[in-house]
Write a protein that binds this ligand. Structure first.
Ligand SMILES: C[S@@+](CC[C@H](N)C(=O)[O-])C[C@H]1O[C@@H](n2cnc3c(N)ncnc32)[C@H](O)[C@@H]1O
Length: 296
Protein backbone atom coordinates (compact mmCIF):
# COMPACT_ATOMS: atom_id res chain seq x y z
CA UNK A 1 0.00 0.00 0.00
CA UNK A 2 1.04 3.66 -0.19
CA UNK A 3 3.48 4.79 2.46
CA UNK A 4 1.85 7.87 4.09
CA UNK A 5 5.29 9.38 4.69
CA UNK A 6 5.94 9.59 0.94
CA UNK A 7 3.63 11.69 -1.26
CA UNK A 8 2.17 9.67 -4.12
CA UNK A 9 3.34 11.07 -7.45
CA UNK A 10 1.71 8.50 -9.64
CA UNK A 11 -1.56 6.63 -9.39
CA UNK A 12 -2.44 5.82 -5.78
CA UNK A 13 -3.45 2.34 -4.64
CA UNK A 14 -7.06 3.58 -4.57
CA UNK A 15 -6.85 4.81 -8.17
CA UNK A 16 -5.31 1.50 -9.27
CA UNK A 17 -7.98 -0.48 -7.47
CA UNK A 18 -10.64 1.66 -9.17
CA UNK A 19 -9.66 -0.05 -12.43
CA UNK A 20 -8.02 -3.37 -11.56
CA UNK A 21 -10.28 -4.07 -8.61
CA UNK A 22 -13.27 -4.20 -10.95
CA UNK A 23 -13.15 -7.91 -10.30
CA UNK A 24 -10.96 -10.85 -11.19
CA UNK A 25 -13.92 -12.74 -12.63
CA UNK A 26 -14.77 -9.83 -14.92
CA UNK A 27 -11.24 -9.59 -16.37
CA UNK A 28 -11.10 -13.38 -16.65
CA UNK A 29 -14.00 -13.23 -19.10
CA UNK A 30 -12.19 -11.26 -21.78
CA UNK A 31 -8.44 -11.40 -21.11
CA UNK A 32 -6.45 -14.42 -22.31
CA UNK A 33 -5.88 -17.61 -20.31
CA UNK A 34 -2.87 -16.14 -18.44
CA UNK A 35 -4.78 -12.97 -17.41
CA UNK A 36 -2.16 -10.75 -19.02
CA UNK A 37 -3.40 -7.18 -19.20
CA UNK A 38 -0.98 -5.39 -21.51
CA UNK A 39 -0.16 -5.20 -25.20
CA UNK A 40 0.54 -8.62 -26.73
CA UNK A 41 3.18 -9.32 -29.39
CA UNK A 42 1.55 -10.36 -32.65
CA UNK A 43 2.92 -12.00 -35.74
CA UNK A 44 1.94 -9.59 -38.55
CA UNK A 45 2.03 -12.49 -41.03
CA UNK A 46 -0.43 -14.61 -39.05
CA UNK A 47 -3.96 -13.17 -38.99
CA UNK A 48 -5.16 -16.37 -37.25
CA UNK A 49 -2.82 -16.04 -34.25
CA UNK A 50 -4.72 -16.29 -30.96
CA UNK A 51 -4.56 -13.73 -28.17
CA UNK A 52 -3.17 -16.43 -25.85
CA UNK A 53 -0.29 -17.17 -28.23
CA UNK A 54 0.47 -13.47 -28.75
CA UNK A 55 0.55 -12.83 -24.99
CA UNK A 56 2.97 -15.71 -24.41
CA UNK A 57 5.13 -14.41 -27.25
CA UNK A 58 5.26 -11.00 -25.54
CA UNK A 59 6.09 -12.49 -22.12
CA UNK A 60 8.88 -14.64 -23.58
CA UNK A 61 10.24 -11.65 -25.49
CA UNK A 62 10.67 -9.67 -22.26
CA UNK A 63 12.16 -12.62 -20.39
CA UNK A 64 14.71 -13.02 -23.17
CA UNK A 65 15.45 -9.29 -23.39
CA UNK A 66 15.97 -9.15 -19.61
CA UNK A 67 18.32 -12.18 -19.88
CA UNK A 68 16.23 -13.77 -17.13
CA UNK A 69 16.48 -17.43 -18.18
CA UNK A 70 17.97 -19.51 -15.31
CA UNK A 71 18.27 -16.33 -13.19
CA UNK A 72 18.46 -16.57 -9.43
CA UNK A 73 16.16 -13.62 -8.73
CA UNK A 74 13.93 -11.56 -11.00
CA UNK A 75 11.75 -8.56 -10.19
CA UNK A 76 8.50 -7.80 -12.05
CA UNK A 77 7.37 -4.23 -11.33
CA UNK A 78 3.60 -4.08 -11.84
CA UNK A 79 3.05 -7.82 -12.03
CA UNK A 80 -0.71 -7.80 -12.67
CA UNK A 81 -2.17 -11.27 -12.16
CA UNK A 82 1.29 -12.85 -12.20
CA UNK A 83 1.66 -14.28 -15.72
CA UNK A 84 5.33 -13.27 -16.03
CA UNK A 85 6.16 -14.58 -12.54
CA UNK A 86 4.78 -18.03 -13.22
CA UNK A 87 6.38 -18.27 -16.67
CA UNK A 88 9.77 -17.29 -15.21
CA UNK A 89 9.57 -20.13 -12.72
CA UNK A 90 7.81 -22.81 -14.76
CA UNK A 91 9.33 -22.37 -18.23
CA UNK A 92 12.53 -20.40 -17.70
CA UNK A 93 14.00 -22.17 -14.69
CA UNK A 94 14.32 -19.10 -12.46
CA UNK A 95 14.96 -19.74 -8.80
CA UNK A 96 12.82 -16.91 -7.50
CA UNK A 97 10.46 -14.27 -8.93
CA UNK A 98 9.21 -11.25 -7.00
CA UNK A 99 6.21 -9.22 -8.18
CA UNK A 100 5.03 -5.78 -7.09
CA UNK A 101 1.44 -4.60 -7.55
CA UNK A 102 -0.75 -1.91 -6.01
CA UNK A 103 -3.89 -3.98 -6.54
CA UNK A 104 -5.09 -6.03 -3.58
CA UNK A 105 -7.30 -8.22 -5.76
CA UNK A 106 -4.36 -9.04 -8.04
CA UNK A 107 -2.09 -9.88 -5.09
CA UNK A 108 -4.75 -12.14 -3.59
CA UNK A 109 -5.27 -13.84 -6.96
CA UNK A 110 -1.54 -14.61 -7.27
CA UNK A 111 -1.38 -16.04 -3.77
CA UNK A 112 -4.48 -18.17 -4.43
CA UNK A 113 -3.41 -19.51 -7.82
CA UNK A 114 0.33 -19.95 -7.20
CA UNK A 115 1.29 -22.05 -4.22
CA UNK A 116 4.89 -22.18 -5.44
CA UNK A 117 7.26 -20.77 -2.77
CA UNK A 118 9.57 -19.49 -5.53
CA UNK A 119 6.91 -16.90 -6.43
CA UNK A 120 6.28 -14.00 -4.09
CA UNK A 121 4.07 -10.96 -4.48
CA UNK A 122 4.21 -7.69 -2.55
CA UNK A 123 1.34 -5.24 -2.32
CA UNK A 124 3.74 -2.36 -2.68
CA UNK A 125 4.78 0.49 -4.98
CA UNK A 126 8.25 0.39 -6.54
CA UNK A 127 8.75 3.59 -4.61
CA UNK A 128 8.48 1.72 -1.31
CA UNK A 129 10.30 -1.41 -2.38
CA UNK A 130 13.37 -1.84 -0.27
CA UNK A 131 15.87 -4.35 -1.61
CA UNK A 132 19.61 -4.53 -1.01
CA UNK A 133 21.90 -3.36 -3.83
CA UNK A 134 22.43 -6.01 -6.46
CA UNK A 135 19.44 -8.09 -5.35
CA UNK A 136 18.13 -8.89 -8.80
CA UNK A 137 19.63 -10.44 -11.92
CA UNK A 138 16.92 -8.98 -14.13
CA UNK A 139 14.00 -6.58 -13.96
CA UNK A 140 10.87 -6.69 -16.12
CA UNK A 141 8.12 -4.09 -16.11
CA UNK A 142 5.19 -4.33 -18.51
CA UNK A 143 2.37 -1.82 -18.68
CA UNK A 144 3.00 -0.26 -15.26
CA UNK A 145 5.23 2.73 -16.11
CA UNK A 146 2.12 4.50 -17.46
CA UNK A 147 0.87 4.80 -13.88
CA UNK A 148 4.02 6.24 -12.34
CA UNK A 149 3.14 9.91 -12.98
CA UNK A 150 -0.13 11.69 -12.37
CA UNK A 151 -1.94 13.80 -14.93
CA UNK A 152 -1.18 17.52 -14.44
CA UNK A 153 2.51 17.22 -13.54
CA UNK A 154 5.03 19.17 -15.60
CA UNK A 155 7.41 17.33 -17.88
CA UNK A 156 10.27 18.09 -15.45
CA UNK A 157 8.29 16.64 -12.55
CA UNK A 158 7.58 13.50 -14.57
CA UNK A 159 11.24 13.12 -15.47
CA UNK A 160 12.17 13.37 -11.78
CA UNK A 161 9.83 10.49 -10.96
CA UNK A 162 11.06 8.35 -13.85
CA UNK A 163 14.66 9.10 -12.86
CA UNK A 164 13.95 7.97 -9.31
CA UNK A 165 12.44 4.76 -10.69
CA UNK A 166 15.47 4.07 -12.89
CA UNK A 167 17.84 5.00 -10.04
CA UNK A 168 16.23 2.36 -7.84
CA UNK A 169 16.25 -0.27 -10.58
CA UNK A 170 19.90 0.51 -11.32
CA UNK A 171 20.72 -0.03 -7.64
CA UNK A 172 18.71 -3.25 -7.33
CA UNK A 173 20.32 -4.88 -10.35
CA UNK A 174 23.58 -6.72 -10.12
CA UNK A 175 26.57 -5.49 -12.14
CA UNK A 176 25.65 -4.94 -15.85
CA UNK A 177 22.18 -6.39 -15.19
CA UNK A 178 19.38 -6.16 -17.78
CA UNK A 179 15.93 -4.67 -17.70
CA UNK A 180 13.06 -4.98 -20.17
CA UNK A 181 10.43 -2.26 -20.08
CA UNK A 182 7.15 -1.97 -21.96
CA UNK A 183 5.07 1.18 -21.80
CA UNK A 184 2.45 3.17 -23.65
CA UNK A 185 3.64 6.69 -24.51
CA UNK A 186 2.34 9.79 -26.22
CA UNK A 187 3.00 9.63 -29.95
CA UNK A 188 1.78 12.29 -32.34
CA UNK A 189 -0.59 13.78 -29.77
CA UNK A 190 -1.01 16.21 -26.89
CA UNK A 191 -2.89 15.58 -23.64
CA UNK A 192 -5.81 17.65 -24.99
CA UNK A 193 -6.30 15.16 -27.85
CA UNK A 194 -7.55 12.59 -25.36
CA UNK A 195 -11.14 12.17 -24.34
CA UNK A 196 -11.23 13.21 -20.62
CA UNK A 197 -13.39 10.13 -20.11
CA UNK A 198 -10.22 7.96 -20.08
CA UNK A 199 -8.48 10.04 -17.38
CA UNK A 200 -11.60 10.52 -15.28
CA UNK A 201 -13.39 7.22 -15.50
CA UNK A 202 -10.94 4.57 -16.66
CA UNK A 203 -7.42 5.38 -15.46
CA UNK A 204 -7.59 8.12 -12.81
CA UNK A 205 -4.37 9.78 -11.60
CA UNK A 206 -2.48 8.44 -14.59
CA UNK A 207 -0.51 10.11 -17.37
CA UNK A 208 1.61 8.39 -19.99
CA UNK A 209 5.21 9.42 -20.65
CA UNK A 210 6.85 10.85 -23.75
CA UNK A 211 9.86 9.08 -25.20
CA UNK A 212 12.20 11.96 -24.32
CA UNK A 213 11.04 11.80 -20.68
CA UNK A 214 11.80 8.08 -20.46
CA UNK A 215 15.20 8.67 -22.10
CA UNK A 216 16.03 11.53 -19.73
CA UNK A 217 14.95 9.42 -16.76
CA UNK A 218 17.26 6.57 -17.74
CA UNK A 219 20.23 8.59 -19.02
CA UNK A 220 23.58 7.67 -17.41
CA UNK A 221 21.88 4.98 -15.32
CA UNK A 222 21.07 2.58 -18.14
CA UNK A 223 22.19 2.27 -21.70
CA UNK A 224 19.40 1.77 -24.21
CA UNK A 225 20.25 -1.38 -26.11
CA UNK A 226 17.08 -1.70 -28.15
CA UNK A 227 13.91 0.30 -28.68
CA UNK A 228 10.82 -0.79 -30.60
CA UNK A 229 7.56 0.99 -31.22
CA UNK A 230 4.95 -1.74 -31.72
CA UNK A 231 1.84 0.43 -31.65
CA UNK A 232 -0.01 -1.76 -34.13
CA UNK A 233 0.33 -4.63 -31.63
CA UNK A 234 -1.75 -2.63 -29.17
CA UNK A 235 -4.42 -1.85 -31.77
CA UNK A 236 -4.72 -5.59 -32.42
CA UNK A 237 -4.73 -6.47 -28.69
CA UNK A 238 -7.46 -3.93 -27.89
CA UNK A 239 -9.57 -5.23 -30.79
CA UNK A 240 -9.14 -8.80 -29.50
CA UNK A 241 -10.20 -7.77 -25.97
CA UNK A 242 -13.16 -5.86 -27.42
CA UNK A 243 -14.43 -8.82 -29.44
CA UNK A 244 -13.99 -11.22 -26.48
CA UNK A 245 -15.89 -8.84 -24.22
CA UNK A 246 -18.59 -8.54 -26.87
CA UNK A 247 -18.96 -12.30 -27.21
CA UNK A 248 -19.35 -12.65 -23.42
CA UNK A 249 -21.36 -9.46 -22.97
CA UNK A 250 -24.27 -11.03 -21.10
CA UNK A 251 -21.92 -12.63 -18.53
CA UNK A 252 -19.98 -9.38 -18.23
CA UNK A 253 -23.19 -7.45 -17.54
CA UNK A 254 -24.26 -9.97 -14.92
CA UNK A 255 -20.95 -9.39 -13.08
CA UNK A 256 -20.47 -5.67 -13.60
CA UNK A 257 -23.74 -4.13 -14.77
CA UNK A 258 -24.39 -2.61 -18.20
CA UNK A 259 -23.04 0.89 -17.44
CA UNK A 260 -19.62 -0.44 -16.49
CA UNK A 261 -19.45 -2.76 -19.49
CA UNK A 262 -20.36 0.11 -21.82
CA UNK A 263 -17.56 2.18 -20.28
CA UNK A 264 -15.05 -0.58 -20.98
CA UNK A 265 -16.29 -0.96 -24.55
CA UNK A 266 -15.85 2.76 -25.13
CA UNK A 267 -12.37 2.73 -23.59
CA UNK A 268 -11.21 -0.25 -25.68
CA UNK A 269 -12.54 1.37 -28.86
CA UNK A 270 -11.02 4.80 -28.15
CA UNK A 271 -7.61 3.40 -27.27
CA UNK A 272 -7.55 1.14 -30.36
CA UNK A 273 -8.20 4.23 -32.48
CA UNK A 274 -5.41 6.23 -30.78
CA UNK A 275 -2.90 3.44 -31.49
CA UNK A 276 -4.13 3.09 -35.05
CA UNK A 277 -3.57 6.77 -35.88
CA UNK A 278 -0.28 7.06 -33.96
CA UNK A 279 -1.61 9.28 -31.16
CA UNK A 280 -0.20 6.64 -28.82
CA UNK A 281 2.97 4.57 -29.19
CA UNK A 282 3.90 1.28 -27.55
CA UNK A 283 7.55 1.07 -26.58
CA UNK A 284 9.52 -2.04 -25.76
CA UNK A 285 12.86 -0.94 -24.41
CA UNK A 286 15.83 -3.13 -23.55
CA UNK A 287 18.11 -1.47 -21.01
CA UNK A 288 21.41 -2.45 -19.46
CA UNK A 289 22.75 -1.17 -16.17
CA UNK A 290 25.64 1.28 -16.22
CA UNK A 291 27.69 0.30 -13.18
CA UNK A 292 29.36 3.64 -12.50
CA UNK A 293 27.06 6.44 -13.64
CA UNK A 294 28.69 9.84 -14.12
CA UNK A 295 27.13 12.82 -12.34
CA UNK A 296 23.68 12.61 -10.79
C1 LIG B 1 -1.85 -2.81 -16.94
S1 LIG B 1 -1.40 -3.71 -15.50
C2 LIG B 1 -0.13 -4.71 -16.22
C3 LIG B 1 0.05 -5.97 -15.45
C4 LIG B 1 1.06 -6.97 -15.99
N1 LIG B 1 2.40 -6.43 -16.08
C5 LIG B 1 0.61 -7.54 -17.29
O1 LIG B 1 1.26 -7.29 -18.30
O2 LIG B 1 -0.39 -8.25 -17.30
C6 LIG B 1 -0.50 -2.50 -14.51
C7 LIG B 1 0.11 -3.04 -13.24
O3 LIG B 1 0.97 -2.04 -12.69
C8 LIG B 1 0.81 -2.02 -11.29
N2 LIG B 1 1.28 -0.72 -10.78
C9 LIG B 1 0.85 0.51 -11.08
N3 LIG B 1 1.53 1.45 -10.39
C10 LIG B 1 2.46 0.78 -9.66
C11 LIG B 1 3.48 1.15 -8.74
N4 LIG B 1 3.68 2.43 -8.42
N5 LIG B 1 4.23 0.19 -8.17
C12 LIG B 1 4.03 -1.12 -8.47
N6 LIG B 1 3.07 -1.55 -9.33
C13 LIG B 1 2.31 -0.61 -9.92
C14 LIG B 1 -0.68 -2.29 -11.10
O4 LIG B 1 -0.96 -2.68 -9.79
C15 LIG B 1 -0.87 -3.39 -12.13
O5 LIG B 1 -0.50 -4.62 -11.57
Amino acid sequence: MNDPAKPVQGASAEAIEHHYGTGNEYFKLWLDETMTYSCAMWDPLDPEQTLDAAQLCKIDYHIEQARAKNAARVLDVGCGWGSVLSRLIRQFNCKSAVGLTLSKSQAEWIVRTNSDPRISVKLQSWNDHDAPDGSYDSIISIGAFEHFAKLGLTSDEKVQIYREFFRKCQKWLHSRGWMSLQTVAYGNSLPKDFDPFIAKQIFPETDTPRLKEIAEGAERLFEVVQLRNDRDDYRRTLRAWFSRLKSRRADAISIQGEEEVKKFEQYLRLMAYMFEVGGLDLYRITLRKIDNPKGK
